[in-house]
Every structure is written in structure tokens, then in C-alpha cells.
Design a protein around this ligand. Structure first.
Ligand SMILES: Nc1ncnc2c1ncn2[C@@H]1O[C@H](COP(=O)(O)OP(=O)(O)O)[C@@H](O)[C@H]1O
Ligand SMILES: [Mg+2]
Length: 230
């Protein structure tokens, strides 16, 4: 079943002669259980695309459906509620809250309006299952990059969203911690969840079911095993 269906996405930055059309009719389909890697040169619009799919930003044209619901054309308020329920986002630089412990960071989304009452217990289970018990008791500055990123993935998964989006999640990690994060992302692609990872690392592409390349504002299928454009 298609969890993500984006059609004809257009996004321009700047205006007049400085206008730059970064996305120009991009289509993306991702099924449940699938991990899709998006590759492409720096500045081609990969982050922009992920932000549109994750409802952090809006396209000028095109449609986006996530888990059967339209993302485009909602009010700001409806969008933020939508994001909380449907999207988990992982960033290159983790974005954990420095004043909070690992556990408090993971549980942060469970304190937002609309979170199920069972969510904190689920979050603690997730921490245990991912082997993050020690990291969860510490603050981010006491942790390695890999531990911080695994906590960030746990935080993105705590409300059990149907879509997990990760923007260069291993870009700041060494080989070994990067591999642990990739394992985690791979295992997050369960029967009812789709995972999209932006990357320029061959190892990320290698663990994905499919790789697509962003060129000239559109996504194209990449040859298996290739990291076209990276
Ligand atoms: N908020 C913004 N305002 C103006 N230009 C932007 C903005 N965000 C991104 N861009 C530009 O759009 C292009 C695509 O950016 P981005 O999506 O970050 O690419 P990528 O993630 O593939 O490196 C780049 O040229 C970038 O400078
Ligand atoms: Mg980027």
C-alpha cells in the first residue's frame, strides 16, 4: 500500500530574476515496509523535498498524500497537528534539547496535545528495546553522536508515525555509529510504515530497497547499487 504519494511538486526560492525553481514536477511514491533513499548533488533540493513531504513547508503546486490523507491545502494549525500524528523527522545534527535527558527528549512528543495516554510507556519500552537505557539517563552533551542520533530516531518513532523521514542522518557520524543508525532506520520500515532517507553515502543507498536521484527538480529511478549524482 502506498503510504507516501507526492505528485508534481513545485518549489521556487527567491523571486523575479533571482527566482530558482528547485523542484519542478517531482513525484515520489513510497510503500509501507519500504526504505527509499534519495540521492543527488548538494543543493539539488533534497532537503526541500523532504520538508514538503513532512509538512514542514508547502509546495507551490502539486499534491501530497500521506497515509491516505492530503497534506497540501491545510491551515497552519491543521498542518502542525498532521505532522505530530503522521510524521517522524530525523535531522543531520540530531536536534535534541540540550537541557533534557535522553529519555525526556524521546518522550517530548508524548507531551504534545493529542498524544495517546499510553505514549510515555511506549516510549520507555522503545528506549529499552533499542538498548538506549544508559543514554536515556544522560544529557546530549554527555553522549556520542551515534547515541544522540539513535535517541533522535526513538523520538521520531515514539508516536508510531506511518512515515519516518531522515535528512542525512549519518552525515555527522563515524562508520560504526552510522551503521547502527542505519540498522535502526531499516528496522523502522515495518508493515505499516514507510521510511525515506536523504543521503549521499553509498552504504545508506545499499540498505535501501530503492534509490531515486533528484536531478533538475525531478526524481528518477537510480540504477541498483548506484549513488547517482552523489
Ligand atoms: N529557505 C530558502 N531560501 C532560499 N533558498 C533556499 C532555501 N532553502 C534552500 N534554498 C536553496 O535551494 C536549493 C536546494 O536546497 P536544499 O533543498 O537544501 O538542497 P539539498 O538538500 O539537496 O542540498 C539550494 O540552492 C539552496 O541554497
Ligand atoms: Mg540537504
Amino acid at each position: 500500500m502506498g503510504v507516501i504519494a507526492a505528485r508534481g511538486l513545485v518549489k521556487t526560492y527567491g523571486s523575479g530574476r533571482a527566482a530558482r525553481r528547485v523542484l519542478d514536477g517531482a513525484d515520489l511514491d513510497v510503500a509501507a515496509g519500504e526504505v527509499v533513499a534519495i540521492v543527488g548533488r548538494s543543493g539539488t533540493g533534497k532537503s526541500t523535498l523532504l520538508h514538503l513531504v513532512g509538512a514542514l513547508d508547502r509546495p507551490e503546486a502539486g499534491t501530497i498524500e500521506v497515509a491516505g490523507e492530503r497534506v497540501d491545502g491545510r491551515s497552519e494549525r491543521a498542518l502542525s497537528a498532521f505532522r505530530r500524528r503522521r510524521i517522524g523527522f530525523v535531522f543531520q545534527f540530531f536536534h535534541l534539547v540540550p537541557e533534557l535527558t535522553g529519555e525526556e527528549n524521546v518522550l517530548l512528543p508524548t507531551r504534545l496535545p493529542g498524544a495517546p495516554r499510553s505514549a510515555p510507556a511506549h516510549g520507555r519500552e522503545l528506549i529499552e528495546r533499542l538498548g538506549l537505557g544508559d543514554a536515556a539517563r544522560r544529557r546530549p552533551h554527555e553522549l556520542s553522536g551515534g547515541e544522540q542520533q539513535r535517541l533522535a530516531v526513538a523520538r521520531a518513532l515514539v508516536l508510531d508515525p506511518p512515515v519516518l523521514l531522515a535528512d542525512e542522518p549519518t552525515g555527522n557520524l563515524d562508520e560504526r555509529s552510522g551503521a547502527a543508525v542505519l540498522d535502526l532506520l531499516r528496522s523502522a520500515a515495518t508493515a505499516d510504515r514507510a521510511v525515506v532517507v536523504v543521503t549521499h553515502e553509498p552504504r545508506t543507498s545499499a540498505m535501501a530497497d530503492r534509490t531515486v536521484t533528484l536531478v533538475d527538480g525531478r526524481l528518477r529511478a537510480a540504477a541498483p547499487g548506484s549513488v547517482g549524482g552523489a
